[in-house]
Design a protein around this ligand. Structure first.
Ligand SMILES: *Cc1c(COP(=O)(O)O)cnc(C)c1O
Length: 338
C-alpha cells in the first residue's frame, strides 16, 4: 500500500466508525425522519452555537447552497483569489447563483477587513451589487493557514456596516480550531453561515454540515432539494459524522505534528527553495527552478509515497487519519534520500 499524502479525503472509515455506521438508526431525511441526521445536525449546531444545521453530501454543495441563499443573480461575491468556492467548485457561483466574483490577493489565502472594505461596490447602476463575503479557514491553497479571530471580527464589522452576508468555507475548520485553541462558538457568533466538512480531517466517507439561522437553513433545505441533495436513509453516513465529532477531533493534533515533521525533513533539502509555514495538516513546498514537480511526484511514487504537484513549482503533502507515525518516519527517510 502506498503512503497516500495527496489529500485528507483519502481516509477509510476505521473499524469503530464502521461499527457506529452499521448500528445507525435511519429514516427518510427528506421527510425529516432520519434520527442520525437529525442528531448530527443538532450536535453540530449546538457546538457552534448556531440555530440550525443541514447535512449535505459534500462541502461543495454546502458552500454552493449558502452562496445561492445569500445572493441574487447579478450580485458580486468577494473572496480570495485562490478560494475553493472560486477555483475548485466548477464555476458553481456563476452556474448555480448567476453571481460574479471579486477576487482579492490575500496572505496565504487570508484577506483583511481593509481589503474587503475597498472591494465593496458603491451604490451605482453601473456596478454589480456586492452582497456576500466568503472566507476560508483553514486556507487550502494557503498551506492550511489559520485566520486570526481579531481580523475576522473586523471583517464582520465591515460586513454589518455594509449589509453584506458573511459565509465561512470551514472545510478544515476543525483543524483550525485544534491548532489555534479558538472556540467553535467564536465562529458561530461571527458568521451568517458556516460549512464544515466531515470527509476531510474528520475521517468520514462523505458529508458536510451547513450551519446558520433557522430561517436560513429552511431556505437552504429547499435549495439542497433543488440541487438533488435531498438524501433518504443517509443516517448511515451521518452516524460516521457523530462518531467523528466524539472521537476524531482531539487527534487532529497528531496530523499537525506529522506535517511539521515532514516540513523539517524538507527544510534540509537543496531542491526545496521555500516551505509555507506549517500551521495544520498541509505542507506546501516550493522547488528550485531546475526541478519539475511532476517528475518529483513520480520519483516519490516510485518509493510508494503519493503527493500532488499543485503547480509547476509547488508540491503538497496532506497528513490525515490513515497516516501513522511509522509512515511519517518512512516518508522522512525517502525525503532524505531524494
Ligand atoms: C475539500 C474542500 C471543500 C469541499 O470539498 P468536497 O470534496 O466537495 O467535500 C471546500 N472547501 C475547501 C477549502 C476544501 O478544501
Amino acid at each position: 500500500m502506498p503512503i497516500d499524502l495527496r489529500s485528507d479525503t483519502v481516509t477509510r472509515p476505521t473499524p469503530a466508525m464502521l461499527e457506529a455506521m452499521m448500528q445507525a438508526r435511519v429514516g427518510d431525511d427528506v421527510f425529516g425522519e432520519d434520527p442520525s441526521i437529525n442528531q448530527l445536525e443538532r450536535m453540530t449546531a449546538q457546538l457552534f452555537g448556531m440555530e440550525a444545521a443541514l447535512y449535505c453530501p459534500t462541502g461543495t454543495m454546502s458552500n454552493q447552497i449558502a452562496i445561492k441563499c445569500h445572493t441574487r443573480p447579478g450580485d458580486e461575491v468577494i473572496c480570495e483569489k485562490e478560494a475553493h468556492v472560486y477555483i475548485y467548485e466548477g464555476g458553481g457561483i456563476a452556474f448555480n447563483s448567476g453571481a460574479q466574483v471579486r477576487t482579492i490577493e490575500g496572505d496565504r489565502g487570508r484577506i483583511t477587513a481593509g481589503q474587503v472594505s475597498r472591494s465593496i461596490n458603491p451604490d451605482d447602476v453601473h456596478k454589480a451589487s456586492t452582497s456576500l463575503v466568503c472566507l476560508e479557514n483553514t486556507c487550502n491553497r494557503g498551506g492550511g493557514s489559520c485566520y486570526d479571530l481579531e481580523e475576522i471580527k473586523k471583517i464582520r464589522q465591515v460586513c454589518s456596516d455594509n449589509q453584506l452576508q458573511l459565509h465561512l468555507d470551514g472545510a478544515r475548520l476543525f483543524n483550525a480550531l485544534s491548532a489555534t485553541g479558538q472556540q467553535p462558538a467564536d465562529y458561530g457568533r461571527l458568521f451568517d453561515s458556516i460549512s464544515v466538512c466531515f470527509n476531510k480531517g474528520m475521517g468520514c466517507p462523505i458529508g458536510s454540515v451547513l450551519l446558520g439561522s433557522a430561517a436560513f437553513i429552511r431556505q437552504a433545505r429547499r435549495v439542497r432539494k433543488v440541487l438533488g441533495g435531498g438524501m433518504r436513509q443517509a443516517g448511515f453516513m451521518a452516524a460516521a459524522g457523530i462518531y467523528a465529532l466524539e472521537h476524531h477531533r482531539e487527534r487532529l493534533t497528531e496530523d499537525h505534528a506529522h506535517a511539521r515533521q515532514l516540513a523539517e525533513a524538507l527544510a534540509k533539502k537543496d531542491f526545496v527553495s521555500a516551505i509555507k509555514p506549517v500551521e495544520t495538516n498541509i505542507v506546501i513546498f516550493e522547488t528550485t527552478s531546475d526541478i519539475c514537480t511532476k517528475d518529483l511526484a513520480q520519483r516519490l511514487k516510485e518509493q510508494d509515497v503519493l503527493a500532488i504537484p499543485i503547480s509547476d513549482s509547488q508540491v503538497r503533502f496532506v497528513t490525515h487519519l490513515d497516516i501513522t507515525p511509522a509512515m511519517v518516519d518512512r516518508v522522512v527517510e525517502v525525503i532524505e534520500q531524494l
